[in-house]
Write a protein that binds this ligand. Structure first.
Ligand code: SF4
Length: 67
């Protein structure tokens, strides 16, 4: 287990995050889901990631932004 800032992640053999404990859902997500959530099309982001009122800000400030 490893941390990037406050966010826990599971690195692959190259140290790249394979799974991230996403602060939007407080649960493990795949790197691909994280990428998709960073896309500009807001309507494409699944509702479970938008439950927290400040979800945009959380995602923007997340250390896994653009990893
Ligand atoms: S960048 Fe956004 S979607 Fe990815 S782990 Fe961080 S908060 Fe979650």
């Amino acid at each position: 287990m490893a941390y990037n800032g406050d966010v826990e992640y599971i690195p692959d053999e190259n140290g790249i995050a394979e799974k991230v404990k996403c602060p939007l859902v407080d649960d493990w997500i795949e790197d691909i889901d994280c990428m998709e959530n960073q896309e500009v099309i807001e309507s494409a982001i699944p509702a479970k990631y938008k439950r927290k009122p400040n979800w945009k800000d959380i995602c923007k400030k997340c250390p896994f932004r653009d990893y």
